[in-house]
Structures are given as C-alpha cells and as structure tokens.
Design a protein around this ligand. Structure first.
Ligand code: HXC
Length: 260
C-alpha cells in the first residue's frame, strides 16, 4: 500500500473503505496518520467512480484518541503557531458521504473523528467517550461542539466533565449513532459498506446536495437553513438526473442517473 498508517480498498463498486491501521496503539491518531487519511479521503472525493466512503478501525478500537505520546511534550507556542489539530477538520469538507463503522474504543479524538463523519454505525462493542479531562485538557477536535449538538447539553456536559465512557446502546438512544448493528466480527463494516453501496446507486449530484443541506442545519439558523434548502432544491431542476428520476417514475422504470 502507498500508506503506512491506513489501508484503503474497494469492497464494492462505488465504495472506498478506509481502515485506520496502527493496531499496536489502538489506532492512536498521530499527525502523519491524519495526513494520510486526508489524502485518501480527497482522492476518493475526487474519484467519479466513488459514491461514498466508509471509515473504520479494528474490532478492538476505532481509535483510542489523539496520540498522547506525540502530544505530551508540546508547548503552547507550538500548538498555537502550527494550529495543532486544525487539519483534522479537512475531513468535514468532503462532498461525498462518509460513514463511520465503529467497533471498540472511540475515545477522545477517536470519538471526535466519528462525529465528523456523516453517519455513524456502531457495533455493540463500541465504547465512546471524551476522556480528555483526565489528561488535564478538553476535547480539541470538535467534541465540545459536535457531541453537544448530537446528544444535548446536559449529557455532553456530564460526559466531558467526568470523562466516563458510554456504550453503543446509549449513543443510539441519544441519537448520536444511527444504529447498533449485530454482534458478529466485521458486521459493522459490512453494514456500513451496504449503506455506502446503496447511497452510491443514487444520483451523485442529489447526494452531494442532500449532504450539504443537512449539514447546513448545524451552521445556519432555521430561516437561513430553509432558504438554503429551497435554493439548492430549485437548482436540482437544472440537472438531467432530476428529469431522468421523475420521468423514470412516470414510466414505471428504474432511473438511470448520469450524474449530470
Ligand atoms: C497513544 C495509546 C493511546 C493514545 C492507547 N495507546 N491509546 N498511545 N495515544 N491515545 C497505546 C497504549 O499506550 C499501549 O501502548 C497500547 O496502545 C495498548 O493500550 P493499553 O492501554 O495497553 O490497552 P488497554 O489496557 O486495553 O486499555 C485501552 C484504553 C487505554 C482504555 C483505550 O489505552 C486508554 O485509556 N487510552 C487512552 C485513551 C484516551 O485518553 N484518549 C484520549 C486521548 S486525548 P504500549 O506501548 O504501552 O503497549 C485526545 C484529545 C486530544 O484524543 C485533543 C483533541 C483531539
């Protein structure tokens, strides 16, 4: 592989699977890993044959957080000057959907990485948490904002202040993950790939537009968000996929989208 800390594959046509691969340290997220991850994601995003991306780790750990050994001796001047962790957010600029398939530990930066994805599916073994408080810091990869948006203030506050881990079932109940899948090994990745494959069968312009407008719900107020949705919706009437999708329905046949 061209990468040291991740693996990439094509488990189904239209689906890129990215697997974090630092098994000895439970996929601790070091800077070079993030450089590779961002590169692989950009490559998939720019590849016309890819419709959706699945991001996963191992059975034991999605990722046990930012690499504590790498961070330990950093000084304020370094982290401020280099805007430490800023490049993590590059992932959220991806136009195509990213599905996180989480097994085992998703702690600190690992939980934040999952929260940056568009959909989270969890294995019953998944253990989420923001334990940064135990290291004398706070979440720095978006956790204080994205976790709060996902599960509400009181729960996010309790979890971030105590650092306690929470289960896949809790995450599902609170709406942070869309589903907890079956027990079997590899089950969560299989399921995520199936969802990615289905998304990949839709018109790519509509998929990109849908992702864009849902994400706007986290950035804009309601009036702005509704106006944004309406404009993007109107814009889709300029696409061939809209003509094809609606004509196919009227003709009682399956649509053949051309992503144009
Ligand atoms: C570096 C890590 C690591 C991490 C685990 N390892 N997590 N190394 N950074 N975040 C390493 C361990 O040092 C150990 O290496 C090996 O992985 C296996 O871990 P063990 O602790 O031996 O495994 P286990 O006893 O099963 O415990 C698993 C664990 C524990 C509960 C997940 O490893 C743990 O608490 N890890 C740290 C979790 C954490 O605090 N994450 C938040 C990081 S801060 P050796 O060489 O000893 O075998 C963060 C926020 C930063 O992410 C700000 C924004 C991103």
């Amino acid at each position: 592989s061209q990468y040291e800390f991740i693996l990439t594959s094509r488990p189904e046509p239209g689906v890129t699977l990215i697997t974090l691969n630092r098994p000895k340290v439970l996929n601790a997220l070091c800077s070079p890993l993030f450089v590779e991850l961002n590169k692989a994601v950009v490559e998939a995003d720019n590849d016309d044959s890819v419709g959706a991306i699945v991001l996963t780790g191992s059975e034991r750990a999605f990722a046990a957080g930012a690499d504590i050994r790498e961070m330990k001796d950093k000084e304020y001047a370094d982290v401020y000057k280099n805007n430490f962790l800023e490049s993590w957010q590059d992932l959220t600029k991806t136009r195509k959907p990213i599905i996180a398939a989480v097994s085992g530990y998703a702690l600190g930066g690992g939980c934040e990485l999952a929260l940056m994805c568009d959909i989270i599916l969890a294995s019953p073994t998944a253990k989420f948490g923001q334990p940064e408080i135990n290291l004398g810091v706070i979440p720095g990869g978006g956790g204080s904002q994205r976790l709060t948006n996902a599960i509400g203030k009181s729960r996010a506050m309790e979890l971030i202040l105590t650092g306690r881990t929470f289960t896949a079932q809790e995450a599902e109940k609170w709406g942070m993950v869309s589903r907890v899948v079956g027990e079997g090994e590899g089950e969560v990745v299989k399921e995520a790939v199936a969802v990615a494959k289905e998304i990949s069968s839709k018109g790519k312009i509509a998929v990109q537009a849908a992702k864009e407008v849902v994400n706007a719900a986290y950035e804009l107020n309601l009036a702005e968000g509704l106006r944004f949705e309406r404009r993007i919706f109107h814009g889709l009437f300029a696409t061939k996929d809209q003509k094809e999708g609606m004509t196919a329905f009227a003709e009682k046949r399956k649509a053949q989208f051309t992503n144009s």
